[in-house]
Design a protein around this ligand. Structure first.
Ligand SMILES: *Cc1c(COP(=O)(O)O)cnc(C)c1O
Length: 306
């Protein structure tokens, strides 16, 4: 990774809404609602509404969201979960942390997203489910992956860490599979001033189980019925995220306008762009291209001040 290139500037978002952010942070400090609590809960409600899911359970980061989703689905030692080979490593960690084995399936040559045919080839008697990733903000072919899952009685979980607001056939990511796992790492489409994540779902039992898991495995104070974790979302992050989520639709429209312009106007045969099927609405977390020589391309972009 070429560290000298600063590819993202987050200072503009803070500068644009400085007073709102500072006011939100001040409230949390004055009420000392630091760990979980009222501001984290308020964000859960706002995020569930944004995604259109009955439940959203805030956690401390996206990796924990994936871990909790696997635990809530009963994944453990001896199990296998299929994940795309083209993803960020944390998709696989969510599986590995439970003692299960992530099994990598290939991605399609045009969309660079999970290939349903490759998924089917990787299924064994140990396979419990599939985590599909909406990588770069481009929804994977959920209908085809779900069809494979249904034939083999497997779950599908969505890794939505790069895809807040994206749609597959008009339906929001995070509402398609058994659960949706989101990250609010700085630089994601919606981000905390620190770390954060969320699991969305429509089944109350998942929501309640993950609420226990993130809270040291406890419902009733000092009673611990299973191994728990300290995975709570911080109050400060909840408050900051509640401000940012108001601007997310506007930020997303801008990403889409820029992404669509690139797709329309970049006509260089040496640049290959990701395929965006008609039945999907991408949110362009990253605009990724493949080129014959990436060092050369980066130098060219830098010189052109892009
Ligand atoms: C960022 C990311 C994660 C992990 O999220 P963290 O909040 O950094 O733990 C998982 N999967 C994908 C695809 C990501 O991009």
């Amino acid at each position: 990774m070429a560290q000298h290139l600063k590819r993202i500037d987050l200072t503009r978002d803070f500068a644009a809404h400085r007073e709102e952010y500072l006011e939100a942070i001040r409230q949390v400090c004055e009420e000392t609602a630091f760990s979980g609590g009222k501001y984290a809960d308020a964000f859960d409600r706002a995020f569930a509404e944004y995604v259109g899911a009955p439940y959203a359970c805030g956690v401390n980061n996206g990796t924990s969201a994936l871990h909790c989703a696997m635990l809530a689905l009963g994944v453990g030692p001896g199990d296998e979960v299929i994940v795309p080979a083209n993803t960020y490593i944390a998709t696989a960690w969510g599986v590995s942390y439970t003692g299960a084995t992530p099994v990598f399936a290939d991605c399609t040559a045009d969309t660079w997203e999970l290939d349903p045919a490759s998924v089917e080839e990787r299924i064994t008697e140990r396979t419990k489910g599939i985590i599909g990733v909406h990588l770069y903000g481009q929804p994977f072919d959920f209908a085809a992956v779900e069809a494979v899952a249904r034939r083999h009685r497997l779950f599908v979980v969505e890794d939505c860490a790069q895809a807040h607001g994206a749609k597959f056939e008009g339906r929001n990511v995070g509402t398609l599979g058994e659960m949706g796992c989101f990250s609010f790492y700085p630089g994601k489409n919606l981000y905390a001033f620190g770390e954060g994540g969320s699991v969305t779902c429509s089944r109350k039992e998942y929501y309640e189980h993950i609420t226990r898991l993130k809270n040291q495995g406890c419902d009733v104070r000092y009673y611990h019925d299973e191994i728990g974790y300290n995975y709570r979302l911080e109050g400060l992050q909840g408050a900051v995220l509640s401000v940012s989520i108001r601007y997310l639709p506007e930020w997303t429209r801008r990403r889409q306008a820029i992404g669509e312009r690139y797709l329309r106007e970049i006509q260089n045969p040496r640049i290959t762009m990701q395929g965006h099927p008609e039945n999907t609405t991408p949110v362009f977390h990253l605009f990724v291209v493949t080129v014959p020589d990436h060092e050369d391309f980066l130098r060219y972009m830098e010189e052109a001040d892009v």
